[in-house]
Design a protein around this ligand. Structure first.
Ligand code: SF4
Ligand code: SF4
Length: 551
């Protein structure tokens, strides 16, 4: 391994070291950049406050910033070194070089823990006007997509005055930035606590008052939950028996499988934890305090994960939600643990009302392949059969259409109907893969759009509403033309609540999607998220022909 001298580090980069063990330290020197921002946020010079030695780097959490570090010829050897010696290596970049596959492959081989991409706007005009480089926005966006296609963790930081100066009075004012960040990285943008001085935080650290009046430090993503609301005045056919508004409360991201299309990277090492019982209770209390359990419709509290059955207190949480005032409580599960009848019965005894069951194939081998968990195929089938016997509880089946499974969709529906002993119709939500999470890595799983439309239309036309009630989610609103009422994207709105903030943020995003020219003629334009970018990147004309603008 090539040793990097302190001198070379000092010469080219500003290194911010953010460690719990030591004070933040950085040193400054000369930089280069491939953007030409009219108001550069990086300091060009500064006092050398730190004399760095390699021992000091070992085991540290390192934040590497340039102005644009990646364009320096020493970058690769230094990045490799930092990745090897640090406890955590985070690269800050404008992301443009990663629009080229070659550079993306190279950084993927170095495996930084996280890449933070600097952006200066949430659209081409705003961004490029700031960088003074035409096309820089598109390169940065492509860079993020490429990095995610290698499975790298990416976060966005917006250097936009209204965000940095906290001039906004509510999160809704920076809605567009939130949406862009969510669509590309699955998460909120991060914020450095201070820019241009000697101290940077890796993430915004927010202090909040707890209910007991104590100060508590929380990280982004905590103390948030969301609610899906039906947008229409009257609930049409397909939604009549669904429970809306639906309040999703996260029990923790841990999961016991690793679905190949998962939009939250379930099962990855860094997400294997559950939230404490009291923390989840706080979300339920907040929802009650806001009166969400009394909203118009059939409000339901839905405990989600990762995989909520991994929470050791799931039963108690269901009981708590019911006693607090939620009339209907559901869980959203992959069903693996429910294959054990005694566990299912335990949950049923708490008064659980509904189960949203991710049951993506009725074929053992195929189900296990999708879950990326070899021994699970039998369990899916056992759970499906157990739930198809339950008369008291409602099960909503979820089926994803992937390139490898789309054609067997009609047989799957037949299997459900043949095995249905619930005495009521089958509730089925069918969707295309959400363009987030592992779909950045496994883009070959996107199903053919024409085949999707064909098989879903065939199923909708074949079964009566007594046998099957079908809704579409995670799909363009015109997947079945002329039936826009079946589409969740056209009819539901997601609001995110955060303890301590009065107003919710509207989160209508489906991940990395785009509109076509024809979409602009559609009455659902802006309500529907459009078509996954993947399809447009493959054949824009074909997608243009496929969309069916609604009038
Ligand atoms: S069960 Fe859900 S959270 Fe777990 S890997 Fe599959 S899709 Fe992701
Ligand atoms: S035409 Fe475009 S905007 Fe309209 S429903 Fe289809 S994908 Fe959505």
């Amino acid at each position: 391994m090539k040793k990097i001298s302190n001198k070379s580090l000092e010469k080219f980069f500003k290194i911010g070291i953010n460690s719990l063990k030591s004070n933040d330290t950085e040193f400054l020197s000369k930089f280069n950049c491939n953007n030409g921002c009219y108001d550069c946020i990086s300091k060009k010079s500064g006092e050398d406050i730190f004399s760095l030695n390699e021992d000091r780097l070992k085991g540290e959490k390192i934040l590497l910033e340039g102005v644009e570090a990646t364009i320096n010829k020493k970058f690769w050897s230094i990045a490799k070194y930092l990745s090897q010696v640090s406890s955590e290596f985070i690269l800050v970049t404008n992301g443009r070089v990663f629009s080229y596959d070659h550079w993306t492959n190279k950084i993927a081989s170095i495996e930084p823990n996280r890449i933070i991409v600097k952006m200066f706007g949430c659209n081409e005009n705003e961004h490029d006007e700031h960088t003074q480089i035409s096309g820089s926005y598109n390169q940065t966006i492509q860079g993020i997509r490429n990095l995610r296609s290698k499975g790298l963790t990416v976060r966005i930081v917006f250097y936009v005055e209204k965000i940095l100066d906290k001039k906004y009075s509510s999160l809704t004012e920076i809605q567009e930035y939130i949406n862009l960040s969510y669509s590309l990285t699955n998460t909120l943008p991060i914020q450095f606590n201070s820019i241009g001085n000697n101290r940077c935080e890796i993430e915004t650290i927010v202090t909040k008052k707890t209910q007991e009046g104590e100060q508590e430090i929380v990280h982004p993503g905590k103390y948030r939950y969301d609610m899906l609301t039906y947008l229409g005045d009257e609930v049409p056919h397909a939604w009549r028996n669904s429970h809306f508004p639906m309040i999703h409360i996260l029990t923790g991201p841990a999961c016991n499988i690793k679905c190949i299309y998962c939009n939250v990277h379930g099962g990855d090492k860094q997400t294997q934890f559950v939230y404490e019982f009291d923390y989840v209770k706080k979300m339920i209390d907040d929802a009650i305090k806001r009166g969400l359990h009394l909203q118009k419709g059939l409000p339901i509290l839905d405990l989600i994960g990762g995989e909520p059955t991994l929470h050791p207190n799931l039963g108690q949480l269901i009981l708590y939600a019911k006693r607090s005032g939620f009339k209907y409580v559901a869980i959203c599960t992959n069903g693996i643990k429910l294959a054990k009848k005694s566990y299912l019965n335990e949950l049923l005894e708490t008064g659980l009302d509904a189960i949203r069951f991710s049951f993506h194939s009725h074929l053992e081998e195929e189900a296990a392949t999708l879950a990326h968990a070899p021994s699970t195929g039998k369990k899916y089938l056992s759970t499906a059969n157990l739930l198809l016997e339950q008369k008291r509880i409602v099960t909503y089946f979820y089926r994803i259409l992937l390139s490898t499974t789309v054609e067997s969709f009609p047989q799957y529906v037949e299997w459900l109907i043949d095995n249905n002993n619930t005495g009521r119709k089958i509730y089925l939500n069918v969707g295309m893969p959400s363009p987030r999470g592992r779909m950045f890595i496994n883009s070959h799983l996107y199903p053919n759009l024409e085949i999707c439309r064909e098989v879903v239309t065939q199923v909708v036309n074949k079964y009566s509403s007594q046998e099957l009630e079908i809704t579409l989610h995670h799909s363009p609103g015109c997947l079945i033309p002329n039936r826009p009422e079946l589409s969740a994207t056209n009819n539901l709105e997601a609001r995110q609540y955060e303890i301590g903030l009065d107003k919710p943020v509207i989160l209508n995003f489906e991940g990395d999607t785009q509109y076509t020219e024809n979409c602009k003629k559609c009455i659902s334009y802006h309500k529907c998220p459009g078509v996954p970018h993947y399809y447009l990147s493959q054949d824009q004309n074909a997608v243009e022909k496929w969309v069916r603008p609604q009038s």
